[in-house]
Design a protein around this ligand. Structure first.
Ligand code: PNS
Length: 162
């Protein structure tokens, strides 16, 4: 049985993430999409909300499950008995940062990172940019799953009213 961890902040999940998760799920028997907890960052969505949104958006992928982890990613991969991490790569900027993390993770525990080149139609997408555009009223339909789109608009409205 082959398995891989697909980690990220997912605040919120975008269609770029869904593309990578879908393609990773076609290569492994099981994929665990893991929301990495960063206590120093206040997200737009709580970790539980991100998990819920990811669960809804990947419900059609039967070999994908969602989790969260606080700490080193490689410790989580080892705990699950997985020897691979899957990451999407949008371009050269991602590559520099991702290569360094992949080499560190390999050095720490021998867990290897496999990269999936992003679909060019999503290579400009990031959760941060989607949030920024949506905050200023830009249309992000088609950039995030539909369940995320509606929650994103209502959360932005809530935050604006705070
Ligand atoms: O979606 P992001 O924010 O680009 O994801 C980055 C993330 C969370 C996957 C990365 O920062 C990470 O793996 N953090 C967990 C802590 C860890 O293992 N740090 C050492 C990396 S070599």
């Amino acid at each position: 049985m082959t398995g891989a961890v697909c980690p990220g902040s997912f605040d919120p999940v975008t269609n770029g993430h869904i593309d990578v998760i879908t393609r990773a799920a076609a290569q492994f028997d099981e994929i665990i999409v893991t929301v990495m907890i960063n206590k120093s960052k206040r997200g737009l969505f709580s970790v539980d909300e991100r998990i819920e949104l990811l669960g809804e958006a990947t419900a059609h992928l039967k070999n994908v499950r969602i989790s969260s982890w606080h700490g080193l990613l490689v410790d989580y991969a080892k705990q699950e008995g997985f020897t691979a991490i899957v990451k999407g790569l949008r371009g050269a900027n991602d590559f520099d940062y991702e290569l360094q993390m992949a080499q560190m993770n390999q050095r720490l525990t021998g867990v290897d990172t496999l990269f999936i080149p992003s679909n060019p139609s999503f290579s400009f997408l990031s959760s941060s940019l989607v949030k920024e555009v949506a905050t200023f009223g830009g249309d992000v339909a088609g950039m995030v799953p539909e369940n995320v789109h509606s929650r994103l608009l209502s959360r932005i409205a809530e935050r604006a009213a705070e």
